[in-house]
Ligand binder design. Structure first.
Ligand SMILES: [Zn+2]
Ligand SMILES: [Zn+2]
Length: 263
């Protein structure tokens, strides 16, 4: 089944800026400059690399961007996950059997008014509905949890991808999510091909207008999610089936109690 509604995932509310990037004099990796500093250290080769005066004096350096790259990335990854993810459904026959048991028990327990034909039939219907509704609700809730987990996993998969320039495939400094210091989303000029790139952690695409950004983020996220087998989880886990069984058992127990009380 396709996702019905997106899980509650919000942008981190980080401020995106025009960043700087300098080529490491040792390993040639592109190092990102998030603040106005004279030099930065390359984590890969442990070398101090000077930040050129021209970059720091540029009026655009560290200027705020008028869009939210975090939100755009989350939107793209969520949509790409939705297109690929099929959350497992509860087996219908299992739910129907439980509902049928509930109906039989209720028909036996609670013949409405006198023990007429219609009394038994309406108790049967009541038992069926009273069992199926909570079971269906639980099944839906479990399914939403699968969807949420899939999107969280997809976000990590895409945002932690090894970063490189999509044009010149030059390595761009990889900062693990949650790395110390600023790790802001933003745009910067690739030291290799001089194109303007947009970076949201490991997700790096060519910068452009809103429509171009949306297309590029979607295509990059889609490429990174291609072939991820966990997106195609067909069966509900045993644990979740057990949850459904417990809900069913609780309902049947309740009807049995009514039966005892009525006698
Ligand atoms: Zn280096
Ligand atoms: Zn490049």
């Amino acid at each position: 089944m396709k996702l019905r509604r997106p899980p509650k995932l919000r942008s981190k509310g980080r401020i995106a800026r025009r960043l700087g990037a300098v080529r490491c004099t040792g390993c040639a990796e592109a190092l990102l400059v998030f603040e106005d500093v004279e030099k930065i250290r390359c984590a890969r080769c442990d070398r101090d690399v000077p930040v050129p005066r021209a970059l720091r004096d540029d009026v655009d350096f560290l200027v705020r961007l008028d869009f939210d790259p975090d939100a755009e990335a989350i939107r793209a990854i969520t949509a790409q996950t939705r297109a690929r993810h099929h959350s497992p459904e509860a087996p219908r026959i299992f739910l129907l059997l439980l509902a049928l048991l509930g109906a039989l028990l209720m028909a036996y327990a609670l013949p409405i008014s006198s023990r007429g034909q219609w009394g038994i039939a309406s108790s049967f219907a009541l038992g069926f509905v009273l069992t199926l509704l909570p079971l269906g609700f639980t099944a839906q809730w479990l399914q939403t949890a699968y969807d949420t987990r899939a999107i969280r996993r997809a976000l990590r998969r895409v945002l932690d991808a090894p970063s490189s320039c999509p044009r010149c495939t030059k390595d761009i400094q990889q900062l693990p999510s949650g790395a110390a210091g600023p790790n802001l989303p933003g745009i910067f000029r690739c030291p290799g091909c001089k194109r303007m790139l947009l970076r949201i952690e490991g997700l790096i695409v060519e910068h452009g207008d809103a429509k171009e950004r949306a297309e590029r983020l979607a295509s990059r996220a889609g490429a990174l999610l291609e072939g991820e087998s966990w997106l195609e989880q067909r069966r509900m886990s045993l644990q979740d089936l057990l949850v459904l069984l417990l809900v069913g058992a609780a309902l049947l127990g309740l009807f049995a109690l009514i039966l005892l009380y009525e006698r």
